[in-house]
Every structure is written in C-alpha cells, then in structure tokens.
Design a protein around this ligand. Structure first.
Ligand SMILES: NC(=O)c1ccc[n+]([C@@H]2O[C@H](COP(=O)([O-])OP(=O)(O)OC[C@H]3O[C@@H](n4cnc5c(N)ncnc54)[C@H](OP(=O)(O)O)[C@@H]3O)[C@@H](O)[C@H]2O)c1
Length: 203
C-alpha cells in the first residue's frame, strides 16, 4: 500500500518503520520538509518525506498520529481525501479537538474519507514489536467504515499483531480512547511500565 504518515514522532515513526519492512511505500507528510526531525526514518526502505498535501496525494491510506488539536490545520493541508482511508491513531488525553470529542469525529464531520480509529490503544513500543515471549498481542479498531477496518486489520497483521479486534462502530470510538487511557493508567500512573499489553483470551 501507499501510506501517508502525518505525525512522524513516536507512533508515526514506529508504524512507518514496521510497515516499510513489510514492503509498503511510506510517504511521510510534514509541516516543514527542510526542518524534518525524523531523518532516521529516511534510512528505512521505500520511505520519503513530502509536504502533507503531496504525501496525501501519493497515498491511498493516511495515518494521523499527531496531537489531536492539530487535526484542523492538517485537514486544511491534506486536500481532497474523498474515498481515501484515514486511520486515526490519536488520543484526546490532554486536549480534545473542540468542538469534537475525538479526531475521528472531526474527520467524519469534515471529510468524505473512509475513517477508522486504530493503533491508539497501546504504546508505540508495542507497535514496533508486538510479540511477547512468542505470543502476538492484539490491536483494536472502531468506526463505521468496513472498508477502512479491513485495511487497518491488514496493516495490524503486517505489523505482527495477532489480530485486530473490532470494538464496534463510531459510537465505540470514545470507548476505544478510554481503553487507551486504561493502558496509559496501568503503564504510567500505576507504574507497570510500558512493556505491557492487552490480549483477548477465549475458551
Ligand atoms: N506515544 C504513544 O505510545 C502513543 C500510543 C498510542 C497513541 N498515541 C497518540 O498518538 C498521537 C501521537 O503521539 P506521539 O507520542 O507519536 O507524539 P509525538 O512523538 O510528539 O509526535 C507527534 C508528531 O506530530 C507532528 N505534528 C504536530 N503538529 C503537526 C501538524 N500540524 N501537522 C503535521 N504534523 C504535526 C510532530 O511534528 P514536529 O515534531 O515537527 O512538531 C510530531 O512528528 C497522540 O495523539 C497520542 O495520544 C500515542
């Protein structure tokens, strides 16, 4: 796939690295190409840096991995995203993108893209390496677009996650952010550390 990554920090960098290893073409979309802080990412295969507009134009799939409040600026710069897949990996932990509760809801209201919330529920280290003692942890997703969900699931499998569990439609997007907060609570507030992960077990 051709994937635009907007937000090339912890999460965007981890997923860019993992997906490039699986042969995907990575188009990093940044505010200022001449002052790009993620030069290391350009050592990855099939990876180049562009303006946000050009990265989006070259891609079928767009990952948003910035602070949630940046979404308004990003929506202005992305250009036409009709029918493109947008994966929202953000969490409104510190600030919500007012008047919307989540970035997913802002994108749903303001674009005609196929949107899915995914890659938000665990730490970026787990997105780089989702294997614990030989066991693959789970990723989770929510949203109304089945098309976007099938792409997100494939990209989660490509990262090495065991599966990508469907949390439900757009009414479950906020729950998925709360689930992310549960990971943050355990890892950081309760001091369990960042090398922890969730997996659904069955019997
Ligand atoms: N950290 C985690 O483990 C984790 C896990 C799951 C979800 N999340 C969520 O993922 C999002 C990103 O977290 P992170 O830890 O990856 O943050 P981060 O390391 O601070 O990276 C944020 C990135 O967004 C870029 N950015 C900021 N404003 C932008 C704009 N207007 N246009 C384009 N790019 C912009 C920054 O570029 P500059 O550096 O050039 O400003 C930076 O590359 C957050 O919403 C967070 O809640 C984080």
């Amino acid at each position: 796939m051709n994937i635009a990554i907007i937000g090339t920090g912890n999460v965007g960098g981890a997923l860019a690295t993992n997906w490039s290893k699986k042969g995907h073409t990575i188009n990093l979309g940044v505010q200022d190409e001449s002052n790009f802080k993620g030069q290391e990412l350009l050592k990855n295969e099939n990876t180049n840096v562009f303006s946000i507009k050009d990265a989006v134009a070259k891609s079928d799939v767009i990952l948003i991995a910035t602070q949630p409040t940046a979404i308004f600026e990003i929506m202005e710069q992305m250009g036409d995203v009709s029918e493109k897949i947008i994966i929202d990996a953000t969490n409104a932990v510190m600030k919500t993108p007012e008047p919307y509760k989540t970035v997913y809801h802002a994108l749903q209201d303001k674009t005609k893209a196929e949107i899915v919330k995914c890659f938000n529920t665990t730490g970026f280290e787990n997105m780089l390496n989702p294997i614990y003692d030989g066991v693959a942890i789970d990723m989770f997703m929510a949203g109304n677009s089945e098309k976007a969900k099938s792409v997100a699931k494939q990209l989660a499998l490509d990262c090495g996650f065991g599966t990508c569990i469907d949390f439900g439609k757009s009414d479950k997007v906020e729950l998925l952010e709360k689930f992310a907060l549960s990971w943050i609570n355990l890892a950081i507030m309760q001091g369990q550390g960042r090398n922890i992960a969730f997996k659904v077990l069955r019997r």
